[in-house]
Design a protein around this ligand. Structure first.
Ligand SMILES: NC(=O)c1ccc[n+]([C@@H]2O[C@H](COP(=O)([O-])OP(=O)(O)OC[C@H]3O[C@@H](n4cnc5c(N)ncnc54)[C@H](O)[C@@H]3O)[C@@H](O)[C@H]2O)c1
Ligand SMILES: O=C(O)[C@H]1O[C@H](OP(=O)(O)OP(=O)(O)OC[C@H]2O[C@@H](n3ccc(=O)[nH]c3=O)[C@H](O)[C@@H]2O)[C@H](O)[C@@H](O)[C@H]1O
Length: 327
């Protein structure tokens, strides 16, 4: 939603595609759709696995770029519903790349990978050339698979591909399954929250990245994506294949995240502190963003307190303190 709005605001044409699945409250997704439609952005309701639909769309519109953000997200849910990750993040990705490869002209593809591909690495900050062969969750494994799959489409068909490894993105209109969002809801409702700890009671930490910074990185990478040289451009195999970290470079522990929320919400959290349950989590993330800075000037500017302040303002206007969706 945020990337589409930013593109539209600067004058680009945008068409969206989403299947509005019920992984989390579809009414939030439909409210986001309302915002986009109010800004003149047309949204198609459909699945990226629907090859016929994609073919029709690519036939109707000569897309210059595809910003592929659709996915089954969430690290821990992969233990409950593994096939949804294969459906959206692997099969869906291949269906989309097949459509892009056959399009005339071929669009440049920018897509969301994930910081989770760094898996069990302990050397921080994570750099793009570090190992990514030890995923800790099926979600991470499907994002890693996506990086390999996109590489083959670049190599064989000359598709121009940029993968962006986002680091725990948060902000207004975000995902209710993520900790910052569910903690806000539960703290306001007076319900206990569960805070995970690593081995030896170590606090977990994340390089939380504010949505507006991610949007700048998305647009920067779109604008520096070279045209494909494949079927459309006739010169197979010479297009760009790039991967960038988009993080914030200043990790914050989960207890600190809770402290900031308590101050903003003016409510003390009831906390259950438990050992990390071995459900796909990694203890910490930290991005080296030198490459994205050098290539398209990526420089995040929002720290967690400032970003959460904007999130809480949005949350209270959208849900109210009682957590009821008023859209
Ligand atoms: N939010 C984060 O912290 C984070 C971190 C790293 C990577 N990512 C990646 O960034 C991208 C965007 O994530 P987000 O947090 O904005 O999530 P989001 O839930 O807001 O957006 C994903 C959208 O994809 C749609 N979708 C899922 N499967 C689909 C399918 N098969 N066909 C069509 N639509 C489908 C969903 O309905 C949803 O609206 C995802 O690829 C995610 O894996 C997110
Ligand atoms: O950068 C990514 O690649 C990923 O970012 C995000 O994953 P995570 O960093 O795991 O975010 P999130 O669930 O908010 O947990 C944050 C912290 O709170 C801790 N956490 C979580 C839940 C809880 O009940 N208690 C708790 O302590 C938890 O242990 C963790 O330390 C995206 O969801 C995911 O789609 C993926 O793309």
């Amino acid at each position: 939603m945020h990337v589409s709005l930013a593109l539209k605001k600067r004058g680009d044409g945008v068409v969206g595609l989403d299947n509005f699945n019920n992984y989390y409250d579809p009414s939030l997704k439909r409210a986001r759709r309302g915002v986009l439609e109010n800004h003149g952005i047309f949204i198609v309701e459909g699945d990226i696995n629907d090859a016929a639909l994609l073919k029709k769309l690519f036939h109707m519109i000569s897309f210059t770029h595809v910003m592929h953000l659709a996915a089954q997200a969430g690290v821990r849910y992969a233990m409950e519903n593994p096939s949804s990750y294969v459906h959206s993040n692997i099969a869906g990705l291949v269906t989309l790349l097949e459509a892009c490869k056959s399009a005339e002209p071929q669009p440049a593809v920018v897509w969301a990978s994930s910081s989770s591909v760094y898996g069990l690495n302990t050397k921080v900050p994570f750099s793009e050339l570090d190992r990514t062969d030890r995923p800790a969750s099926l979600y991470a494994a499907t994002k890693k698979a996506g990086e390999e799959i996109t590489h083959t489409y670049n190599h064989i068909y000359g598709l121009s591909i940029t993968g962006l490894r986002f680091f725990t993105v948060y902000g207004p209109w975000g995902r209710p399954d993520m900790a910052y969002f569910s903690f806000t809801k539960d703290i306001l409702a007076g319900k206990p929250i569960t805070v995970y700890q690593g081995p030896k009671e170590m606090d977990l930490a994340r390089d939380f990245t504010y949505i507006d910074d991610i949007v700048k990185g998305c647009l920067g990478s779109l604008d520096t994506a070279k045209k494909s040289t494949g079927i459309g451009g006739k010169k197979k195999g010479q297009a760009q294949y790039r991967i960038f970290n988009l993080g914030n470079t200043s990790p914050v522990t989960v207890p600190n995240l809770v402290n900031i929320l308590e101050k903003l919400l003016k409510v003390k959290a009831k906390q259950h502190i438990v050992a990390m349950p071995g459900n796909g989590d990694v203890p910490f993330t930290h991005a080296n963003i030198t490459l994205a800075h050098e290539e398209f000037g990526y420089r995040p500017t929002t720290d967690l307190s400032a970003g959460l302040k904007k999130f809480v303002r949005w949350y209270l206007s959208f849900y109210g303190a009682d957590g009821v969706n008023r859209s």
